[in-house]
Write a protein that binds this ligand. Structure first.
Ligand SMILES: Nc1ncnc2c1ncn2[C@@H]1O[C@H](COP(=O)(O)OP(=O)(O)OP(=O)(O)O)[C@@H](O)[C@H]1O
Length: 342
């Protein structure tokens, strides 16, 4: 007889984020509407949507800062409140503006480290890791937005968590900072960590994320690989006789369509297209891969909705009277460490 031992059920085992039929109502207003998605370990997932789509509210529910009206949000299979050592499971930075202004960066981290039972050396290690060791003795009140983002990241990393949840982490970073952040997150994801970052701009995270979860008006509109958003590979060609090239490509089993003064070919194998044109005796004046405009994709998926702008914006319904309230309720810099529950 063989006996099987059940695998340990520590939340750190492949700490997947699962959101199931999550709904949050503020009075009669539904900020998050029956939302379901998963975030896999070892991948960087972008949580995207226009302003007011419900991203922060969802993250706050995940982090136990807001109670869902219905549905569930779990990390490693557990509700945030049931995780015994939260800082070693999930690190988060919800907004980079709420550090005690009179406290130095190092002191801020020390307070958090004390609460979490993390040793002081880890504080300096984290300051080094996020690239602000020199700023550690300065008061956080004098930090630039970029430095606050880095301090928030250091705080989130204190407990060496399996999962990182970051709200708009690229906000306030200069191009060098964004590149640094990208490398930093990539490094963590290769260690198997689960990383969820929110943004209201698809292009901002295009080169950073592996997967996307896109929401609009509190509802899921797309979940999948970032690469898929670019659509099928295509190339644009200009030559003297587009119909002749289309015919020659057809013989080579490649479909195409003449669009305006160019021909769009359903492959991005530029060499193949060049060879076909050469054999057909057609000169090539232009030949390149056609990239789908991500801004257009995002706009189409979210129908240009932005609930925070109120009426007059495409697709906005029933938001009069709630505009701007979100900002007043998003004051927690380090969720689960300084935040309160609603
Ligand atoms: N406590 C609250 N009371 C009432 N409405 C709220 C509350 N918190 C958020 N909202 C509203 O819920 C909607 C979603 O807000 P949320 O902050 O989650 O959006 P978001 O996608 O994070 O937007 P942004 O990109 O602007 O941060 C907004 O219309 C917001 O005004």
């Amino acid at each position: 007889m063989t006996t099987t031992t059940a695998p340990p059920t520590r939340p750190t085992d492949g700490a997947r984020i699962e959101v199931r039929n999550l709904t949050k109502r503020f009075g009669t207003f539904t900020a998050v509407d029956n939302l379901s998605f998963t975030v896999e370990p070892g991948r960087i997932t972008g949580f995207l949507g226009p302003n007011g789509a419900g991203k922060t509210t969802t993250l706050r529910m995940l982090l136990g800062l807001v109670n869902p009206s219905s549905g569930a949000a779990t990390i490693g299979g557990q509700d945030y409140h049931d995780i015994t050592q939260p800082m070693s499971v999930v690190g988060s930075a919800l907004e980079a503006t709420n550090f005690h202004p009179g406290r130095t960066g190092r002191d801020h981290l020390r307070v958090l480290a004390d609460t979490a039972g993390v040793g002081a050396p880890r504080v300096d290690e984290m300051l080094e890791l996020v690239g602000i060791p020199a700023a550690a003795r300065k008061r956080a009140g004098g930090y630039s937005m970029g430095m606050r983002q880095r301090l928030g990241l250091a705080a989130a990393m204190l407990g060496d968590p399996q999962v990182l949840i970051l709200d708009e982490p690229a906000n306030g970073l200069d191009p060098e900072g964004i590149r640094w952040l990208r490398g930093f997150l990539r490094h963590l994801s290769t260690q198997g960590k689960t990383i969820l970052i929110s943004s209201h701009m698809l292009q901002e995270v295009e080169q950073t994320v592996d997967d996307v979860v896109i929401i609009s008006n509190g509802r899921l509109v797309k979940q999948g690989a970032m690469a898929d958003l670019h659509g099928a590979p295509r190339a644009l060609v200009r030559t003297t006789d587009h119909d002749a090239l289309a015919g020659a490509l057809r013989v080579a089993d490649v479909t195409s369509t003449v669009e305006g003064d160019a021909i769009m070919v359903d492959t991005n194998d530029l060499r193949l297209i060049g060879d076909v044109a050469l054999r057909a005796g057609l000169p090539i004046y232009e030949l390149h891969r056609a990239m789908t405009d991500l801004e257009d994709v995002f706009f189409e998926l979210t129908e240009g909705t932005n609930r925070n702008l109120g009426e007059g914006v495409t697709g906005v319904t029933g938001v009069t009277g709630v505009t701007g309230q979100g900002a007043a309720t998003e004051r927690d810099a380090i969720a689960g460490q300084e935040g309160g529950n609603e």
